[in-house]
Design a protein. Sequence first.
Length: 276
Amino acid sequence: MSTLEIFFLALIQGLTEFLPISSSAHLLLPSQVFGWVEQGLAFDVAVHVGSLLAVCLYFRQEIADMLIAWYATLTPNKEDDAALTYEQKLNGKLAWWILFATIPAGLFGLFGKDFIEAYLRTALVMAATTILFGVLLGYADIKAKQNVSLEKLGFKGAMYIGLAQAVALIPGTSRSGITMTMGLMLGLSKENAARFSFLLSIPAIAMAGSYLCAKLIIDAQPVDWYAMIMGIVLAFVSAYACIHYFLIIVARMGMMPFVIYRLILGAGLLWFVLGS
């Protein structure tokens, strides 16, 4: 990979990992339009590591609070439980919800990965899912009641979002897009839907990165350390900036700018497929 390819692909991965616009559709474009080669396992690991570091650093306080509260739930007693504040109890619940909500994506990835790779990783599928789930995001953005707190989301609501995350393994769907869509449909505010989606991404990205890392070790493929280090740094910087500014944009304008972008992107992909 050239320096230009490394820069461009790492930047795309970092930006699109957390935006509701589908990272897989964007990573397909360079290979289709410019004829770039596949980025390789090592680079995949690098950009996953960079994205994971970014979301963990950005939400470091929330993660620390949830881990402490979660640990308290492992050794409960009446005195300790009574001493916990409302916020600590909610953090403990959130930690459990995120852990259980990650299971569907893990199972779907384990048993459905080969089928997805063989039949669904096509430009036509990505064009269709980019448009379809873009329309659903727009519908949720307009119809969202935004009257449900994170506590009222409950275990059941968290699992619905987890099931939505599993569907995101279909290329073009967008993990963040579909989990935010489900969060909005369940009544969460745009900010809470986005935050829950980002927190839910942590174990999902960690699982995907670990799988790719194990595959890299088993296959004993050569590693381009320059590309790997550059990929980690660029994905980290772009992902961190993306999370920060996305939350600002959503609070001010909602999801509609991303819905419009998805429809344009999907139409462009469709035109490219049908015209080639």
